[in-house]
Design a protein around this ligand. Structure first.
Ligand SMILES: [Zn+2]
Length: 275
């Protein structure tokens, strides 16, 4: 006869892999950066280990370089969705929209590249710069080549983009510059081709460790429009990845399971499917 204690130990051992899997559900991270200066301090194997240990199965990675994307694709198990970081490449973080031949320059970068880029960005832009010629050309190009644009900018920029280019696909970084649920909801409802990542917003969504009521309602109303992200703009943020992701998991865990799963993983997989 099997000893009862041993039987329960066996049950515990058998249950462990499942317990571990449900404690760390899959992630699609919609806001990663990987730049040459960062890669010197946080190499491909560091990225691979970080993504694997955090169950990141897919990710938008913004980078100025073909080479880094190729090495990432070869060196990690995570499905990489590459976005070309044009402003980083031009050295123009805030004034790229005033480059007169921006559209042609980006088109040439895309044509000369061996990487299949799925998007462009991230582009930082203030409301006053929305009439710059570069934005117009960027929107034209994104529509013509079916690319998503990651915009880190003011609400007026989003309204202007959709007034002139209703078919463009925009990811509004950090749920916009003014991430207040009523404003976010209004933009989601008026601009059905725009989606959002929630990187940098953990303190706002989950103050004192309790999910904010307005955010909770918003996620339940529009569970299919949000993605999470860690925004690894420095090597330090890459090194802190697990802690930052755990801060995001802390509010995901307070949502109904299907909503949490959509925001953590399924929306990214649906919007950026494997090709
Ligand atoms: Zn960013």
């Amino acid at each position: 006869m099997q000893h009862p204690v041993r039987r329960s130990l066996l049950a515990l051992v058998l249950a462990l892999p499942f317990a571990a899997a449900s404690a760390e559900p899959r992630i699609f991270d919609a806001h990663l950066h990987y730049r040459p200066a960062v890669a010197e301090h946080f190499g491909i194997s560091d990225v691979a280990r970080t993504l694997a240990s955090n169950e990141v199965r897919g990710a938008i990675v913004m980078s100025p370089e073909d080479n880094l994307i190729r090495r990432l694709k070869a060196g990690t198990d995570t499905r990489i969705v590459p976005f070309l970081e044009v402003s980083q490449r031009l050295g123009k973080k805030m004034d790229w929209m005033h480059v007169e031949d921006l559209g042609e320059r980006i088109a040439r970068m895309l044509d000369d590249s061996e990487v299949k880029w799925h998007g462009l960005g991230e582009f930082h832009i203030l409301a006053d710069d929305r009439f710059g010629p570069g934005l117009e050309q960027l929107l034209d190009l994104a529509v013509a080549r079916d690319l998503t644009i990651m915009i880190h900018g003011d609400p007026a920029v989003i309204d202007h983009a959709y007034a002139t280019h209703p078919e463009v696909r925009i990811l509004w970084a950090h749920a916009g510059s003014y991430a207040y649920p009523p404003l976010v909801q209004d933009y989601l409802e008026r601009h059905p081709r725009m989606n959002m990542d929630l990187s940098m917003r953990n303190p706002r969504i989950n103050p004192e460790g309790q999910i904010d009521d307005d955010w909770f309602e918003l996620f339940l109303t529009h569970p299919d429009r949000f993605m999470i992200g860690v925004d690894t703009f420095t090597a330090t943020r890459w090194a802190q990845y697990t802690r930052l992701k755990d801060e995001t998991r802390a509010w995901l865990a307070q949502l109904p399971e299907d909503v949490a799963r959509a925001i953590a993983f399924e929306n990214g997989e649906r919007l950026f499917p494997a090709q």
